[in-house]
Design a protein around this ligand. Structure first.
Ligand code: HEC
Length: 100
């Protein structure tokens, strides 16, 4: 199961650039995320809303109670872009030690 999710995430993030991305494939992959996230509403679930996440500073979505680890990561000035998302989705705890 873990390797299936990892493969799906790789498929999602391995596109050479966002402009070359496959929105249909991305929507299919995002079903795995939607248990905890919405990307179409400014609503927090188990995880923060991912609406407009690309270009957004980490741990900055209003009203979400981030872990101390994610808050510290955001305080370092980290922004979610192709590079940071690619690394985070492969290994959330590898990148943000102690994240929920
Ligand atoms: C089991 C629930 C769960 C699933 C499934 C999940 N996430 Fe998350 N996600 C979370 C939680 C909880 C946080 C907040 C982490 C913290 O505060 O340490 C989070 C945080 C994030 C963040 C940081 C957001 C911010 O505002 O800084 C991103 C980006 C993210 N998730 C992307 C994804 C993607 C993309 C997927 C699907 C491939 C996914 N997540 C699947 C629970 C989940």
């Amino acid at each position: 199961m873990r390797s299936i999710i990892l493969a799906a995430c790789l498929a999602l993030v391995a596109a050479p650039s966002l402009a070359d991305g496959d929105a249909k494939a991305g929507a299919a992959v995002f079903r795995k995320c939607s248990a905890c996230h919405t990307a179409t509403e400014p609503a927090n679930r188990v995880g923060p809303s991912l609406m407009g996440v690309v270009g957004r500073p980490a741990a900055s979505f209003d009203g979400y109670s981030y872990s101390d680890a994610m808050k510290a990561f955001g305080a370092e000035g980290k922004v979610w872009d192709e590079a940071t998302l690619s690394e985070y989705l492969l290994s959330p705890r590898g990148m943000v030690s102690g994240t929920r």
